[in-house]
Design a protein around this ligand. Sequence first.
Ligand code: PLP
Length: 394
Amino acid sequence: MTTADIIARNQAHEVQVYARNPVAFVRGAGAELWDADGRRYLDFFAGLAVNNLGHCHPAVVDAIRTQAGALLHVSNLYHSAPLGEVAELLCRHSFAERVFLCNSGAEANEAAMKLARRWGHLAGDGRFEILTTQNAFHGRTFGTLTATGQEKYQAGFLPLLPGVRLVPYDDADAMEAAVRPETVAIMVEPIQGEGGVVVPRPDYLRRLRALCDHHRLLLLFDEIQTGLGRTGRLFAYEHAGVVPDVMTLAKALGGGVPIGAMCTTDALARVFTPGAHGSTFGGNPLACAAAAAALRVLADPATLTHAAAMGAHFLGHLERLAARHRRIVGVRGVGLMLGAVLDGPGNDVVARCLARGLLINCTAERVLRFLPPLVISAAQIDEGMAVLDEALAA
Ligand code: PLP
């Protein structure tokens, strides 16, 4: 099928919730993709922070092939080995002692929010309210949409979930002032992704931790975009030296296969007793085999060192571009989660890059967002930056 055939059929039959670019991909390897007409693209977006290991990483592909020939699915009324492998790896490499597996980021956050509610309920002191931040993105289910402090996503879906309140991001004083007797938890992204690659002040997360400790609140970190090597460390909380009570993951966890996880401590995990929560596909053997293979590579110090080095290389390029192009008014980010803030809307730059074979993204209207695969090479970054330079000049 040609690109035109693929697009025509999709547009005829799919519910049109995505503003898709007119490109249809058929193959990927590392930081490169090919469309249905045989054209090559360089990927600075990694499937929105999913393809951290690049496209079709051989370890992930092999694990999927092997697992697909053995067992695709069993219900959660039974055990299977890949689930424990993923949970064990997550516990080994993070603060977590227990993991709930699900299928997406929204579901992982939904589990975290339900855990906080139930923890408050079991404490018997009437606390249920979850504080989240303006401009956040936590997902599209009713619970996580409520936690997502952006009207554009909430329009037309009111009323939302009661007991969730929004507070300005990167403002620990505002968070402190917002805590009420019914507050049970604070949920934040360590760096806001969709909100525009917003890196908070260095002491923000530490102050939230202190606030939670003081008021006996749970601290929930949504690491769905920041986690799994994206910032040059396996988890973004490591940069802040702050340990949350709950961390949610998805996106890169499955190496390209849908899976989500809610990671927590042994004590908090006891809040969820058998029957309290669940998901048909949660812990699915195929997804877990992929995730276990992906996690082994993502947690390898060599992967993280490379990601940090490529992040510095990428940032250096962006800073040089900022000095040359007046449209760029700021550059920010950590590791390979980077943004260039423009003086106006950036969709024209995204379109010009795409026309030249480079995938980038624009979020929060005027922030060019770069989330390349962690395995990208310096030469590939240099190649993409030459394209971006041209696109900004055009
Ligand atoms: N949380 C964050 C920080 C995200 O960036 C996203 C997706 O972009 C989500 C949650 C929702 O994840 P999903 O689309 O897998 O439900």
